[in-house]
Each structure stands twice: as structure tokens, then as C-alpha cells.
Design a protein. Sequence first.
Length: 319
Amino acid sequence: MVQPQTLTLSRPEGVEPVRADPINATALVVYHAGALLAVLPFLFSWTGVFAAIVGVYVFGTLGINLCYHRLLAHRGLICPKWLEHTLAIFGVCSFQDSPARWVAVHRRHHEHADRVSDPHSPLVSFLWAHMEWIYVQNRELNRIRIFDRYAKDILRDGFYVALERGSRWVLVILASWIIFFAAGFLCGLAWDGTVSEAFRMGASLLVWGVFVRTVVVWHITWSVNSAAHLWGYRNYETDDLSRNNVLVGLISNGEGWHNNHHADPSAARHGHRPWEIDVTWYTIRLLELMGLATRVVRPRRVHSGTLRDEAAVRPERRS
């Protein structure tokens, strides 16, 4: 076990000097600005609200939690390729990078959790772990370099290679904007018969179903990197600062039981105690019962008995 030396870290060397990542920095501004439009009465609709709520599950829980994280990054289960690729498209529409790069960065995080080379340790700062690391360029996360080390298995699949070429995954996201607007436009046209109402419904579905939903999923995902490495309890002694955070566990549909996950990364189930509700795991179990998920990895370490008050494990000092 690596023994603690300090409670603070400097930013990774690859981000100096600081330069904005053009795609992610632009997305930050556009999506948050778009989400703020939801306060306008003109753009409110219960259809849009419903689309946002359902979308958090479809694009966040299915796309990010189940596909990007538990299926691709940790191989905790196997799905038919048609289902895997569909879920991957849901993940792409959450605008958290391409599947291959998301997996590569996450695997690097596990290899260097809460140490100098961790892409997003909160020991730099809470804001760094939560979102700042995404919107600055990091030479250490160069696509070719990290793909070669962390994502070779992902890029053996031509589907994921195709998404990387020319950043086609961004085109998928833009296509989803058109789909949401068009769906709302057609619904408004069918219900009211006027172009003005059709436009209003299209804009409402775009704002709520895309921008609001994406921003909510972003902050839920980011809270796992930040809050779940700072606050909560530990079922297992691990060589990092991972915590089981009750609030994050609930709002993320199971990703916030982060100490459990770091103790047994390949397990498809993250909630180990009866109260550790894991909706993503329940979904995987349903897929398994339907024959759509196989080789599902169960936890090898399920904590029982009295929770121990374990000291935090801290990273080594940066030289």
C-alpha cells in the first residue's frame, strides 16, 4: 500500500501551460447557456420535462453508467453488439467524449487514483476534479498515446474506430439535436396544427431533452470524480480516497458507491450493502434475465459486519 505523504497535489504536468480544450470548452458554454433557456415560460412544456427525466436514465444510466463504465471500461458484462453499440450511442449523446477516450481516461484514473497522474483527483481542487480537468488540454491524455496504452481492446471494434475518425462522435451529437427538435416540431404540429406551436414544442424538447438533460447528467457524473473522493464512508481499505457517498449514489443510480467500485473495479454491481441502491445494477440484472447480458461479473468482496472507521489513504508527494 502506498502510504500518505500529503493532502494536496499539483495539476498534472501535461496541462501546463493552461490552454482551453476547444470542443469541451465550447460545449460547456453552449450547453449551460441552452439549459438556462428552460426558465423561459415560452419553452416550458411537460413533454420537455418528461424527456429530460427519462433522458437522464437513458443517456446517463444506460449510456454512461452501464455502457461506457461497467461494460466497456471494466468489462463487467457482455451484451450483443447491436445492443452495446446502441447503448454507446446513448453515451455519445451525453457529450462526455467518444467511447474509446472515455474508457482510456477512466482506466488511467484507476491506475493512478488520487496520485499525480490521476486526470481528475480532487486533491488538486474540488473544481478541478468536478469539471475543470475536462476543459483544459492535457498532453498526457493525447488520444493516440492513451489509446495505445488503455483502449486497444475498444478500438479492435470498427464501430468505435469509425466514431473516432474526423470526430464523428460530435456529428452524432449534433444529429441528436435535430432529432429532438424534429420530434417536438412534429408533435406540436399534430396536436395544434400551427407552425408557431410546432416550433415552440420543437424548441422546448431541444432545450429540456438535450441541454437540460445533458447538463444534469454531466454534474451527476462529475460528482463521482469530486464528491465521491472526498466525502462518505468506506467499506474497504483501498489505496486511494474513494468513498461511498449516499447522495451521489442515489442521484447517479449507483455510481456513487465508489469505494466499493475501487475495491472491486470489474464487478458490474456497485451497491454492496442492502441500502446501497444501485439502479444500474438492477438494469443489468434485468438484461441478464432477458438473455441480453452474459458473463456478468459479481462482486468478489461483499462487506458484512460493522463498518470500520478507516483512515484515508493519501497519495505520494510529487517530486
